[in-house]
Design a protein around this ligand. Structure first.
Ligand SMILES: C[S@@+](CC[C@H](N)C(=O)[O-])C[C@H]1O[C@@H](n2cnc3c(N)ncnc32)[C@H](O)[C@@H]1O
Length: 295
């Protein structure tokens, strides 16, 4: 994949390829026009890591803990998105909690997300791009099932949280091999997918955008995610992302939606997989009219 220019507060003209090796082979760093969330670290032993995160994701580094708003805080254990308000801390997690449960008790290839990407009964595991990586929960499930997953995330906040979670998972024997199958790219997926060479085109592109939530039940269920939603905002450009995903995918694009949510505008799905609370809209490349797909 081509190297991109590193923007932010260091080395603005140096190509990423010339930088010292940092885990997870992040292919691109770009500055996205979003409200800036800053990073604070009170742990003197972790100040170097805080500086690395600030450089890598163009996050302003604070010397004092803010008195209001949202900020990223690097503690002794992990990086969290925190606030003084009512929302709880948000972090990406691949080792403990729900990730451990999914790893140990998950539904294997029979679970809906696995069926949606075409794992059930597949001989070869697909190469997947998760174009809306978020906190990496879907990517983690797919990587746990053996898939190589490239997580693309444009928000510097989410990308930094993912980077931290991947580093922690790589240090734990039970998750190290799963983390090794997950690669992080900090970029806008629509642009990143469009510049892929023929040999790098993934089999599957997975898309789970943040929609303005009209479904009250699902909004309540996502209470713990309110800080994340507040900082990242809705993804209003999903139609462009879907078009780029369809042009890049060799086999299918999978769009995750709340069960009763609207489909992404534009191209109609070729199949729909309904779950209890989630629906997957499938865009099977061979079944789409020729003008939409690259192959
Ligand atoms: C609903 S969250 C995804 C949650 C994720 N599936 C998970 O399992 O944690 C949507 C995420 O996609 C990211 N996103 C939306 N559009 C994007 C784009 N064009 N390129 C890269 N990231 C994008 C947002 O920044 C947000 O973090």
């Amino acid at each position: 994949m081509p190297a991109a220019t590193l923007h932010g507060n260091v080395d603005s003209d140096r190509p990423l390829a010339a930088l010292p090796h940092i885990p997870y082979r992040a292919g691109m760093i770009e500055t996205c026009p979003m409200t800036t969330t800053a990073l604070f670290c009170a742990e003197s032993a972790r100040r170097d890591q805080a500086a690395l995160l600030a450089n890598r994701f163009a996050l302003p580094l604070l010397t004092r803990r803010p008195e209001e708003g949202y900020w990223l805080e690097l503690g002794a254990e992990r990086l969290e998105l925190v606030t003084t308000g009512k929302h709880g801390a948000v972090y990406a997690e691949f080792v403990e909690g729900a990730a451990r449960h999914r790893r140990e008790q998950g539904g294997g290839r029979g679970q809906p997300v696995a069926k949606a990407v075409g794992l059930k009964g597949a001989k070869d595991l697909p190469r997947i791009v998760d174009a809306t990586a978020g906190l990496g929960r879907d990517s983690f499930v797919l990587a746990s099932l053996g898939c190589q997953v490239t997580m693309v995330e444009r928000s510097p906040v989410a990308a930094a949280l993912l980077f931290d979670a991947l580093e922690r998972a790589a240090r734990v024997p039970e998750t190290a091999d799963i983390a090794a199958r997950m690669q992080l790219v900090h970029a806008n997926s629509a642009d990143w997918l469009a510049q892929l060479g023929e040999a790098d085109r993934p089999d599957v592109v997975f898309v789970d955008p943040m929609f303005p939530d009209t479904d009250k039940k699902s909004a309540a269920a996502k209470k713990d995610m309110q800080a994340f939603q507040q900082v990242i905002g809705d993804d209003m450009d999903s139609a462009r992302l879907l078009a780029a995903a369809i042009a890049a995918a060799q086999v299918r694009v999978v769009v995750k939606r709340p069960r009763l949510g609207a489909a992404i505008e534009g191209i109609k799905p070729s199949a729909v997989l309904d779950g209890k609370s989630t629906r997957f809209d499938l865009y099977i490349i061979k079944a789409l009219p020729a003008q939409h797909s690259a192959s």
